[in-house]
Design a protein around this ligand. Sequence first.
Ligand SMILES: [Zn+2]
Ligand SMILES: [Zn+2]
Length: 408
Amino acid sequence: MTILESALAIQDQIKEYRHQIHRNPEVGFYLPKTAAYVQEKLAEMGIESEICGGPIDDAFRQKFVAAGFPDMAESTGVVATIGHGEPCIMLRADMDALPMTETPGLVDFTSEVPGAAHMCGHDTHTAMLLGAAKILKERESELQGTVKFMFQTGEECGCGSRLMIEHGLLENPKVDAAFAIHVMSEQEVGTLGFTPGITSAAMDTFMVKIKGRGGHSSTPHLCIDPLMIANQLYTTLNLLPGREIDPRETVALTSGKAGGGTAVNIIPDTADVLVAARTFKREVTHHIVERIPEIVDHTVKMWRGDYEMLDFHTPSTYNDEALCEELKPYLEEVMGEGKVHDVPCMAGTEDFGYVGDAVPSMFATLGVGGKGAAPMHNPSMFVDESMLPYGSALHATVAINWLKNHSK
Ligand SMILES: [Zn+2]
Ligand SMILES: [Zn+2]
């Protein structure tokens, strides 16, 4: 039996995993029910697992509360291994949902949690990796090393994988390579895409609260106008890419939220400017990340204001070229000839970048829809479930063959 045949034989089970997670979405780092479900299913397969996470420190927690996420006291990633000895390949799935409402009637296993829904397909990732675990456990004697399963939290927060790395994800046993899949609703069903080299954008977010001195609009000379400073700051920041970055590189610098105040005749005490920069090349990211705080500091102080700033950073994801080349034939074996393509890198951000910075990694996208379908993060995002066993087979095939090639 081929690995794909094994996956197709358990496809109803893989779909059931997905439906269960889809009905019970959880957002952020703290996903107690989802983690318990994953641990329960792994235990049924005879696989021991443990929580890779723990309490989140206060300063970090407060940042996320300020950014509009729920208060999350701890992270609940799950890690399991099968096989034994060196080398070790890690397979990754994210488990977190989005704080949004799904279009009613889209599927008959709709989210039962108000204001939470799996519209980025992480339910399918978890289900596919559980399917792969089942297949690989049955073939454990064939494994020439260790397979580590990473079920992560907080991908949408941009640093869930980093928290797991800080809790020892990549040690005991030490991980030598990693592989991840993301479903894509607008990518043609039955295709797999990957980009050697940089495959997703870095995202660096700065939330600036400008503190001025409010007062009557007839006496601006007695006030420090934070709205004027906010205006200047946003304009100045937008001059940065055009004057300090090579025009052949890409920087998307935008604000999704800015302003303050209540009425036309009141100069407010404070104003907010929230900006995010998306970049690809590391040198460009570093320059932007270094210069934005300097520009904030100078611009605000130039007008006698003060400020508080919170920042969030997710690196671009780097696909190891040699690993992509090595794995491509195995991916084709599952998807079929002509179904695996080199594609341009994504403009979006993916926190698998933290893993890719630590070990040679490959991140691939699985088409589960097509042109004209509702995009990712849309309340009508839809997944063609016939692809779920393919995802499980991709994970399992990659693990078995990579271990064979690198056995010691
Ligand atoms: Zn997402
Ligand atoms: Zn996602």
